[in-house]
Design a protein. Structure first.
Lengths: 110, 230
């Protein structure tokens, strides 16, 4: 299920500002209160794909450690895509919430 | 331990050297940061954990392969349009040069020239229409997360469009070659010969670049499919 929403999750993690891959993963964990513990390696192909789609832009910087680091940021198009994802998600979760509100709890099998 | 992992990942990404270099730097930074953030004082254990959390290099490489294939597909789409535009410019420049030098086809070859000229025109404009269609088709598609059947079908359609555009362009370039030969036929050898010959060489090179690009794309699609199977 998470895989289907990976783009939205990554875009939301970058909404606070530019970040490198490791920081994006940390932000996803922090914002989801550790609920989303994605395999770390899967974030990078997603970051590259979103950059190719024009939703992210990246630049190389030198970190304090002296290592080269790639920092990603949302583009205007990425910001618009995030707004769109958020609206669709809120509509969807509202509909599911309303649906489940009237559903009696499932009986345990005998 | 991290170096060995990075080597393995770079090796799995060897289908795209620039991507392999770039990912290696990115992942190296990630892994060392994960090691630094690990609460354990045992460095080897921290490295092992960072690698385990990152995942199997072959699985990651397979995900990158799909992204890389999508990138190459778009590049080929742009190449089709650029090559067709390049051939058009060269063709027009040669025709202008013929007009300026009043270098015409001899009267007894004019009938053949008219037929070949028609084939040239129709095949060229066919390549323009199909080429633009191919580029528009692929640029309007989303970059997929996985190499799923719908994406394979998209790639198949794009490949057919590119192959049709290239075939039409090759026919046009061959027709240009025949027309050039008809103009040069029976004319005394002079320095002026170099202009049409050089322009033909550019056209042939353009068509060759396109054939090479499409061949590379099919090879990449095959290797991506193979990588995802393993």
């Amino acid at each position: 299920m998470l895989k289907g929403h990976l783009d939205m999750i990554v875009l939301a993690a970058l909404a606070a500002g530019p970040a490198h891959g490791y920081a994006v993963i940390e932000e996803i964990r922090r914002k989801s209160r550790q609920a989303f513990d994605l395999p770390e390696g899967t974030i990078y192909p997603a970051l590259h794909r979103l950059e190719q789609a024009g939703l992210l832009a990246s630049r190389w910087v030198t970190a304090e450690s002296g290592r080269r680091r790639r920092v990603y940021a949302l583009t205007r198009r990425g910001e618009r895509a995030l707004v769109g994802h958020r609206a669709v998600w809120q509509q969807f979760s509202g509909a599911i919430g309303a649906l489940l509100a009237g559903t009696p709890p499932a009986r345990k099998p005998a | 331990m991290i170096s060995a992992y990075l080597e393995s990942l770079a090796g799995a990404l060897s289908f795209d050297r620039s991507l392999s270099r770039c990912v290696r730097h990115e992942v190296e930074d990630h892994l060392w940061e994960a090691v630094a953030a690990d609460p354990t004082s045992d460095r080897l254990e921290a490295e092992r954990r960072a690698i385990a959390n990152f995942g199997d290099p072959h699985v990651i490489a397979a995900q990158f392969a799909v992204v890389s294939l999508a990138k190459q597909t778009r590049r080929v789409g742009a190449a089709v349009v650029l090559v067709v535009a390049g051939v058009f410019i060269v063709m027009k420049a040669r025709i202008e040069w013929y007009a300026a030098t009043q270098w015409a086809i001899s009267d007894d070859l004019k009938a053949v020239g008219a037929i070949v000229g028609s084939i040239d025109r129709y095949s060229f404009w066919l390549s323009v229409i199909i080429g633009i269609g191919a580029a528009a088709y692929i640029s309007g598609r989303r970059i997929p997360q996985a190499f799923h059947p719908a994406y394979r079908a998209q790639l198949g359609r794009f490949f057919l469009l590119c192959a049709a555009a290239t075939a039409a362009l090759v026919v046009s370039v061959i027709s240009d070659g025949v027309l050039t030969a008809l103009r040069l036929f029976g004319t005394e050898l002079c320095v002026g010969f170099l202009v049409p010959i050089f322009s033909m060489a550019i056209e042939i090179a353009c068509a060759g670049v396109l054939v090479f690009q499409i061949r590379s794309l099919t090879q990449r699609a095959t290797s991506t499919a193979a990588l995802l199977k393993t």
